[in-house]
Design a protein around this ligand. Sequence first.
Ligand code: XIL
Length: 551
Amino acid sequence: MRSSSLLRLLTLVGMFVAFLLPATSAQASAPLREHAAARGKFIGAALATGPLSNETSYRNIATTEFSQVTAENAMKWDATEPSQGQFNFSGADAIVNFATQNNQQVHGHTLVWHSQTPGWVQGLGATAMRTAMQNHISQVVGRYASNATVVSWDVVNEVFDDNGNMRTSFWYNTLGQSYIADAFRAARAADSNARLCINDYNVEGINAKSTAMYNLVSSLRQQGVPVDCVGFQGHLAIQYGFPGDIQQNMQRFADLGVQVRVTELDIRMQMPRDTAKDTTQATYYRNVINACNAVTACAGVTIWGFTDKYSWVPDTFSGQGAALIYDENYQQKPSYTAVHDALAGGSSSDTTPPTTPGTPTSSSVTSNSATLTWTASTDSGGSGLAGYNVYREQGATDPQLGQSSTNSINLTGLTPNTQYQVYVRARDGAGNLSANSALATFTTQSGPVGGGCAAVGTVQNQWNNGYVVQPVTVTNSGSSAITGWTVTFTLPAGHTLAGSWNATLTTSGQTVTARNAGYNGNLAAGASTSFGFQVTRPSGDTQTPSGYTCA
Ligand code: XIL
């Protein structure tokens, strides 16, 4: 064949191949927003109006990489209505205009919050405060109601305290809880199309606060209050551990029928920054993106800024920083690559699976639960270790018993008096799975006849001088219903209780007795409930309680 006909043939083949590729597929090296779009998700950033107006590098990255933006401060009450009835939309408009030019969505943040709200609002009496709130929502949401760029709003922000009680803000103290439903109704009245969200922090995993949020959203929707979406802020820190159940938590909200989103992601570290911390941070970023990828109702992830040059973290959390995906010189960090690869579907170059995990050892075996621990794997392929899958050896298809982001797991819901053979496989950020570990064998204890009870506590979160145990899962491991339960456990010396939820806790020395609350004592055979508690411990002590028994 003459070379010119060969060329023509190759061109035709090339056109045909290009035609076969889906229109949405993105080049491996494409910016974040292209990969997110190929998944039907957004990837966003909070923007500050200062650098947006006077720094080219800032503007270029904001334009190129992100498909969604949130005003870091410009749409808050102190910016938009500093004195009563005097509205100022200069900052808000600057953000919205920038987004319109760049084909980005704007998430409006935020209408009703206890912070960054002028004194004149806080001093009003109940009737005037409710009217001021409704007017503020009506003016701010109304301004952008017909603007296709502004698609959603944080209607209320941070309405819970850290234990999951209603935050006793000036809103709550003056108006009671009804301000929340009123705010949503006012927002819907001002824009019938905008997606209306409730937003909070420390609700990424399943804990007392996220459960309070879950109950509130469920009850508001049952009453017909227009809550369309739940925002998980996602202000994480590598020294506090990753909320390993973030995907499960998002899914339970999604199952209520709401959209979910991560609204303010940043992952801080104790300064100074180093390679090991950067790697952990990258893993956390990847895990968040993977969780959103895995939940259909998750619309996307917004990062709270993008460059360490402009981040609220150093000003707010003393000694901490480097929380974002570009450094202060606008260079991409490992966390950028992690976000990129998770959106792109894993690093295309990483086909190397992690090393095989060590043989698991079992401990704390009860009639329906067991703890497994194994020697961690390592990953050299570039995408990083993402976690582990635990399987039961059962012949042709081995059911997965659970997933863990650490080299340990607490298996629950096991059958009494049954032999289990289990193995572990490590997973990297590109989805490569290691070989199977060797098998561990254990046999669950026999279940009591009649009513029975078993308790297992999981440390959810710990820091230098304290920790949260959540959930303590209480299971009726017997064969008939029980109407109450008592769990006892021992706190290490020097540890003191700092709070609890969903049970009544009393202490005698270091022994803690937890009795069911009024609403969670009745358990059918096999049913479970849970409670949680927080403890203060001496700085540097790493112990946590053990020996949960239930009667
Ligand atoms: C922060 C901004 O980043 C800072 O610039 C400002 O000084 C304080 O507020 N939760 C929220 C955000 O909902 O609005 C907060 O933003 C961070 C915590």
